[in-house]
Every structure is written in C-alpha cells, then in structure tokens.
Design a protein around this ligand. Structure first.
Ligand code: SF4
Ligand code: SF4
Length: 263
C-alpha cells in the first residue's frame, strides 16, 4: 500500500483518534490540532544522542530492528489549560495534572492505533512509553521525545529546555518507530526561541520560582523535586510528577514567538 501524503494521513488519523477518545472517555478536550513530523532512522543526528544525552539512549534500531523512520507527534494544549496552570500559584493546577494523565492514556491509544494502521499497510511499528522511560538516578531519558522531535524537524529548543514547535512548547510529544520508509521532514533553519535568536526574553526563567531554571543553567533535580511536590499535593490522583510553569503564558507557549511582548 502506498500512502500519497503520509504526514497528512498521520495527522488526520491522530485527529480522529483524539475526537473518538474524548467522546468514548467523556473527557475534556485538552488539545489543539496535532503536529506530526518524520525523521529518517539513519539520520546522523541520532548518533549524537549518546554524547548529548547519555550512552544509554536508545537508537531507532534498538526499538525496532529494521527501523526506517521515526514518527514524532506533538499534542499542543489548549490555551485555557496553560492559563489555568500559570494562575494556579505555587502548585500546578489540578487541570494540568489531570491533563497529564489523560494525555498519557491518549498517547498510548494513538500509538496502538497508528501501529495497527501501519501493520495493515504491510510494515512493522514499535511504540515507546509516553513517559517514565528515564533513568531514575540520573533523571535522564533513554528515549528523549524532545530530541527526537528536534531531529524530525518539529521545532527548536528554547531556554526552558523544551521544544518550541509551530504550535508552541505547551503540550506533549509522542513517538513510534516503523519499518515504513517515509520522507523526512526538513528541520527549521533558524532558532525559534527569542533569546537564542538574539532578542531579549527569558520569560520562562521568570516563571520558575523553584530554583530550577536560570538564564545559564537548568537544575533537573530541583525541577523534578517540584514535580514530586505536585504529585504529593494531588495525592488522590495517580503519579502526576508535573509542573510546567515555564511552558505556560510565555511568548513561545502556543506559537513561534515573534516578540517578548507576545504574552
Ligand atoms: S520564554 Fe522566551 S527565552 Fe524562554 S524559551 Fe520561550 S522564547 Fe525562549
Ligand atoms: S517545570 Fe517547573 S520547576 Fe521545572 S524548570 Fe519549569 S518552572 Fe521550573
């Protein structure tokens, strides 16, 4: 089976899964239109992940022998969700924590559905967990969705250490590896973070009052401590180790930023 416009096909599939999922689960729709991009499994940038992240980071062929492509998708959050989290004070908003749980479940559903559609087309696919695929001691991911998303051309890194996509950084990423050969998406040819592009911003740094994010440093342990404080705060919910204040109501939250006055 030949798929004429694979990115459009993947995006339409994801969009219809989101609609069906919300209806079936009677869930709030926390997401805007999904973005999808593809990296070639043989992109030389994958080789750099051992140096940039850790030697334990997996390669596409570790996930699926015979891998040809890595599909990465971004589910951008609705602006009201980011606003609510920004205004919630010290802790993450309850809706932010609930959306984390819903998004984990939705990503699993999207992955299972896409895998089955790819298998119907005569290829193989392997899925990876949406989260908690990291080394608990080093707090380093063995399959870093944001680095995959960068390689696939979904966006560029911000000073908040998140990936800024065409729909901003406020959202979640998912991925799967497939033997289906797909055309790779071109990467942006300029920085989308205002500071990295040479304009003044650091709005994300101002949002972090937990001593984790600084202009020239990111303390992942402090960041994770805050995420666990939120988890304890919402003790009635399953694990919700989230914070996200540095992604909410900043110029790059919902779009490619054009000026620090965007928020
Ligand atoms: S808030 Fe500003 S400095 Fe921070 S990541 Fe976004 S654009 Fe870059
Ligand atoms: S997620 Fe929270 S603690 Fe971590 S850097 Fe962002 S604002 Fe700071």
């Amino acid at each position: 089976m030949i798929i004429e416009q694979p990115l459009m096909w993947l995006r339409d599939e994801i969009q219809s899964i989101i609609a069906d999922w919300c209806e079936e689960k009677r869930s709030e729709n926390y997401w805007r239109e999904p973005l999808v991009a593809v990296a070639s499994a043989s992109d030389p940038l994958f080789g750099d992940l051992h140096r940039v992240i850790d030697l334990t980071h997996a390669m596409p062929t570790d996930i699926l022998p015979g891998a040809e492509s890595v599909i990465v998708f971004f589910l951008p959050f609705q602006q009201w969700l980011g606003r609510e989290n920004d205004q919630a004070g010290f802790h993450a908003a309850r809706g932010w924590a609930a959306s984390y749980l819903a998004t984990n479940e939705l990503i699993q559903t999207i992955n299972a559905h896409l895998r089955s559609r790819i298998e119907d087309a005569g290829y193989q696919a392997a899925v990876t967990p949406a989260t908690h695929n990291f080394d608990e001691r080093k707090l380093i991911s063995r399959w870093s969705h944001k680095h995959l998303a960068y390689i696939a051309g979904l966006g560029t890194f911000g000073c908040n250490h998140l990936l800024i996509t065409a729909s901003g950084c406020c959202g979640r990423l998912g991925s799967l590896v497939t033997s289906m050969p797909l055309p790779p998406t071109p990467r942006p040819d300029q920085e989308w973070c205002l500071e990295k592009a040479g304009s003044e911003c650091f709005a994300c740094v101002l949002k972090c009052s937990y001593e984790a994010l600084f202009e020239n440093r990111y303390d992942r342990r402090k960041c994770y401590e805050q995420c666990l404080i939120n988890d304890r705060y919402y003790a009635d919910l399953p694990l919700v180790d989230v914070c996200g204040k540095c992604a909410c109501e900043v110029p790059c939250s919902y779009c490619i930023p054009t000026s620090a006055a965007d928020k």
